[in-house]
Design a protein around this ligand. Sequence first.
Ligand SMILES: Cc1ncc(COP(=O)(O)O)c(C=O)c1O
Length: 421
Amino acid sequence: MPETMVAKHAQWPRVADPIFNISEKAQAAIKSLGKENVINATIGALTDDDGNIITLNTVFDEYKSLPNSEIAAYASIAGQKDYLEAVKKACFKDSMPDAHIRAVATPGGSGAIKLAVWNYTNEGDEILTSDWFWSPYVSISEEVGRKVTTYQLFNEYNNFNFNSFRERFLNIASKQERIFTILNTPAHNPTGYSVPDNDWDKILNLSKEVAQNPEKKIILFVDVAYIDFVKDDDGCRKFFEKFTNLPENILVIVGFSMSKGFTAYGMRMGAAICISSSEDVAEQFYYSCVHSCRANWSNCNRGPMKVLTNIINNPEKYKEYMDEKKIYKEMLSKRAEVFVEEAKKCELDILPYIDGFFISIPCEDPKAVSEELTKDNVFVVPLKRGLRFAVCAVSEEKCAIAPSIIKNALERVRGQMLARD
Ligand SMILES: Cc1ncc(COP(=O)(O)O)c(C=O)c1O
């Protein structure tokens, strides 16, 4: 018998996904103890106070009103033309950069990351992102022979650590032709942080400095998966305007997703949107992505494309959708506000949260703390550098009690560590 039938490049360690692991434990606890006695902060989707997934009626009524043919038929490889226009409007709103902008439909934001990584890096390249990051960035990069390297997201004042960013960025620039950076902002997963506009200026100035060498190719991938759940809809988009008039060897690719903003996680719809001062660079983007789409998933889901198009292009439907979403945005920000307040009161150290689905708690040995918390029937995701608490999935009432429970568990684990040393 051969040791494995899997080709060498496709052999990976058999590790269970840590999120699904802990989430399964939470489900089991809910079954045996009842949901009122369990805090399940592992889910990456917006849920009501009982833990049921929230779905926007304005989105699903629209979907269900589509003729079958609009759902069943193949879509264009690049995505339907009207969707590609509408998705730009949905993404940029009033902050559309003055540039050549081309979009390609993708299966969720994940598809956009895949297209950008594959088409804009070389084998063996290092890809830069922050030390707190969404782990699929690594899977997507490793799958195609790229490596993720990180800068420290925060400095000692809990501000954006531009010095660390600069150091890593220049290090990559010194050894690679391509400097590909993933910035997940606004409402970063897992911290809820957003890169402030003045730090965007620094990032762009640094990029322009490096871009003076015409041999260098700078790609800024901006993952905006959570943008539609940011409190300040317009303010959080202002940074897009800074992408006007960039040098031709700086390309911005925005990864847009319908998963959160339209509560359409399983519909698998998104877009990769490029912004360039060069029409030719934008055209190249389009054709290389279309080739990859054909080679990977052919075309995307036609139904959700139509849903977004119909909602964005119809002022009445758009208003209804925004009004409905506002209720849940307020629910989310109230939960987070309560969590942050209580964390402060009980002196639980958390990372700076601004917007989004998650709050992070830095700690040593996150696995042990997450395990310890299961004794209190609190389930959180252990990351490399801390815990991820999903405020998107926990009621305000439970968000108020969770920080002190976490603080106590942290202290117990610290005590056990000290006793061992
Ligand atoms: C940081 C981040 N980027 C991108 C995505 C993409 O999600 P999807 O492929 O469902 O659009 C997610 C989803 O959880 C995410 O957390």
